[in-house]
Design a protein around this ligand. Structure first.
Ligand SMILES: Cc1cc2nc3c(=O)[nH]c(=O)nc-3n(C[C@H](O)[C@H](O)[C@H](O)COP(=O)(O)OP(=O)(O)OC[C@H]3O[C@@H](n4cnc5c(N)ncnc54)[C@H](O)[C@@H]3O)c2cc1C
Length: 483
């Protein structure tokens, strides 16, 4: 019997797990995928929103603002990237200026600091590459960018080194409550707990509706993106938004913390909660709309396209807290944008609720975050020479595009909550994230994974079950082909 069971290893589940691991509680997190941050958390705009867009008085507005204030500190503590690059909402044509004034007013109601309107000249001084129709902008100084999956992996790891159990490849099939506790039937056996935290992303309605009569519905709202090579990193300093619409914050153009650029997302309600494909039609739509912000989009420098699913809830707000009719069921549901920004605040709020319910006490000896291997790509020549002398594996560069060494890949596999798949290595080190998108390093990373995990290369997958890389051995009767 665990004190707390968390369903979902996205940024929300991992942030709650990390906060609760400060207390003398037995804690398990269940994740159906082969890694944490494999759901919505891996594919979004990665913006730390200032908070001018959320409806005043909503859970979104409150937790956005509080999360924004905590974000830089969390990233610093966990040694993950964050950049307060500011956000600009740009009006294209005089008629859109009215919209900016409305956003400014809403932001002021929400208590957002550092908001002001810029005229066209000031906007062009800051962002000389902005499109010719730009007529002014709302500046949000507290807007930033981050790396959602690095943050989530760091949070999950910090929870693990402080005693939390993370069970991957563990899908929750059903949940019931009897005799004052929860029984969670999973693909890996039954788990029992006193408190159940529902952080299941687009599936959070299915978990809640099995236990509570207070039903809600989540519709996946797909957002597609283009990613552009690092060669264009300096095109814009700020995140460039257009005016928000009823479906979301509109199409943005933004630098990422790693120096690529992204364009997107679209917003399309779909049925299938796993359908993260990209489509020619929507990718064209992004180019058409984004070209208002960036007329010279370099079409030959796209390195990939991807899509993520917003957990859009029929209540149009985050559902946070205990279900009214199920004591101990704590929901973090409908966490669409700005859920990433809000994650630190949601984690503090909900973990305080659990601590209060269970009368938990802080445990002595809470350990600091895991310290990652030094990043070869950030070193100068002297530092490189020094680490190679210490460990020659730093001298074997596996991913040429991103300059990732074998030593970093090995460390990413051996660390707590270590990588077991190609995507796991990619999200912990950036091997495979560069211009060639793994074209050169995939076989070498596969070899290292096979050696370190002591399994056949045939067992190494891209992201767990159903994603094999190799299907047979040459000369062993198997037809060699790439899966
Ligand atoms: C296109 C797009 C753009 C966005 N842009 C931003 C942005 O710029 N800024 C911002 O603040 N927010 C943004 N968001 C929102 C943000 O990404 C989400 O709010 C956040 O990632 C949600 O995290 P989560 O942990 O709730 O969900 P998830 O990351 O989806 O995690 C839920 C986890 O639960 C697991 N799970 C589900 N069912 C089960 C089960 N039965 N058994 C076991 N495990 C299960 C899933 O596998 C998943 O890993 C954006 C979202 C999208 C889609």
């Amino acid at each position: 019997m665990y004190d707390v069971c968390i369903i979902g290893g996205g940024v929300i589940g991992c942030a709650i797990a990390r906060e609760l691991s400060r207390y003398a509680l037995s804690l398990v997190l269940l994740e159906k995928n082969s890694d944490v941050a494999e759901g919505t958390t891996k594919a979004n705009s990665a913006i730390v929103h200032a908070g001018y867009d959320a409806k005043p008085g909503s859970n979104k507005a409150r937790t956005n603002l509080a999360g924004n204030r905590l974000f830089a500190g969390w990233c610093r503590e966990l040694d993950v990237p964050y950049d307060q690059n500011t956000s600009l909402v740009v009006a294209f044509g005089e008629d859109q200026r009215q919209g900016l004034a409305g956003l400014l007013e809403r932001g002021q109601k929400n208590g957002v600091a550092g908001l002001c309107l810029l005229d066209e000249a000031e906007l062009r001084r800051r962002e000389p590459n902005i499109g010719p129709r730009a007529a002014g902008a709302l500046l949000a100084e507290t807007g930033g960018i981050c790396c959602p999956y690095e943050l989530t992996i760091a949070l999950g790891t910090h929870a693990v080194i402080n005693g939390a159990e993370v069970r991957l490849n563990c899908k929750v099939q059903s949940v019931t409550r009897a005799n004052g506790h929860f029984r969670v039937l999973t693909s890996g056996g039954t788990v029992e707990s006193r408190i159940l935290i529902n952080a299941a992303g687009v599936y959070a309605d299915e978990i809640n509706n099995q236990l509570s009569a207070d039903h809600f519905k989540i519709t996946p709202r797909r957002g597609e993106y283009w990613m552009i090579d690092k060669a264009y990193a300096q095109t814009f300093r700020a995140t460039i938004f257009q005016l928000p619409t009823a479906m979301g914050k509109g199409i943005l153009v933004t630098p990422t913390v790693e120096g690529t650029m992204i364009l997107g997302p679209t917003a399309e309600d779909i049925e299938d909660k796993e359908d993260t494909r990209t489509t020619a039609e929507r990718l064209d739509e992004i180019l058409r709309i984004a070209s208002l912000s960036w007329p010279a989009i370099p079409g030959r420098s796209f390195i990939t396209a991807f899509a993520g699913l917003r957990a859009h809830c029929d209540r149009d707000d985050f559902i946070l807290g205990e279900a009214p009719d199920v004591p101990g069921l704590i929901n973090a549901a409908g966490i669409e944008s700005p859920g990433l920004t809000a994650a630190p605040a949601i984690a503090l709020e909900l973990s305080a609720l659990v601590v209060d319910r269970l009368q938990a006490v802080q445990k002595p000896g809470f350990l600091p975050p895991w310290s990652v291997a030094p990043r070869f790509r950030h070193m100068n020549a002297d530092e490189k020479r020094e680490v190679i002398a210490r460990d020659p594996a730093f001298g074997r560069v596996i991913c040429r595009c991103e300059q990732i060494s074998e030593a970093e890949i090995v460390a990413a596999i051996r660390r707590p909550l270590g990588a077991t798949t190609l995507d796991g290595v990619k999200r912990r080190t950036r091997a495979g994230m560069g211009r060639c998108q793994g074209g050169f390093c995939t076989p070498r990373v596969l070899d290292i994974l096979s050696r370190e995990l002591n399994v056949s290369p045939l067992e190494i997958t891209k992201f767990g079950e159903g994603s094999p890389i190799l299907t047979g051995e040459v000369g062993q009767g198997g037809e060699p082909h790439v899966g």
